[in-house]
Design a protein around this ligand. Structure first.
Ligand code: B12
Length: 158
């Protein structure tokens, strides 16, 4: 006889990603290309649109309960904005959110971003499949019944 007291297996929800543009940076093509590629790969994507502030981006991540934040920056202010957002995440206990930065990021700044806690930096010419693979390998897992279960200790595919 079937034991109907067993819990049904938890289903894995689609990975939820917020793609954000901050400050006066109007270069939105890369952000839109990435947002569309992640959506086509089966992820749930929220694109904030241009001219956001760290506060509105953090609010979007909280509101959407996103596992991944992707910041697109082609105007040079990536260090300031990312530092501010990571500090807010720490205050709010959002340490498990996988943070990615893409755009025109000099190599020295990419190293600094990784030191601050950014999981990976994607510069112009990156195939979108590489971003999809990286997120699939590193986004914190969760099932449909619960919150993000925590970021893997080891990042793969860097
Ligand atoms: C097209 C373009 C514009 C267009 C933007 C149109 C639009 N709606 O996006 C227009 C003409 C409006 C423009 C204006 C300006 N631009 Co412009 N522009 C470019 C250019 C030539 C291409 C950018 C682009 O669309 N690439 C195609 C997309 C698909 O690629 P991408 O954005 O790089 O995205 C890829 C990766 O970077 C990454 N990625 C990007 N975002 C994200 C996000 C996530 C989450 C992830 C995972 C990955 C990721 O993945 C994508 C796929 O590979 C670049 C030079 C260059 N070669 O990058 C200059 C460039 C970005 N522009 C520049 C400048 C200076 C300006 C202006 C200030 C010029 C001026 N004096 O007016 C203005 C600023 C306007 C503003 N308000 O921001 C500079 C920026 C320098 C800097 N970083 O400090 C650049 C680098 C040119 C240069 N060499 O000097 N620009």
């Amino acid at each position: 006889m079937l034991d109907d007291r067993r819990e049904p297996p938890a289903r894995e929800a689609p990975i939820k990603v917020v793609v954000a543009k901050l400050g006066l940076d109007g270069h939105d093509r890369g952000a839109k290309v990435i947002a569309r590629s992640l959506r086509d790969a089966g992820m749930e994507v929220v694109y904030t649109g241009i001219f956001q502030t760290p506060d509105t981006v953090v609010a979007a991540v909280l509101q959407e309960d996103a596992q991944v934040l992707g910041i697109s920056s082609l105007a040079g202010a990536h260090l300031e904005y990312t530092t501010e957002i990571l500090a807010r995440f720490r205050e709010l206990g959002l340490d498990d959110v996988l943070v990615l930065v893409g755009g025109t990021i000099p190599a020295a700044d990419a190293a600094e971003l990784r030191r601050l806690g950014v999981a990976e930096v994607f510069t112009p010419g990156t195939p979108t499949s590489r971003v999809v693979d990286f997120i699939r390998a590193n986004a914190p897992r969760r099932d449909t019944d619960g919150p993000a279960s925590g970021r893997p200790v080891e990042l793969r595919g860097r």
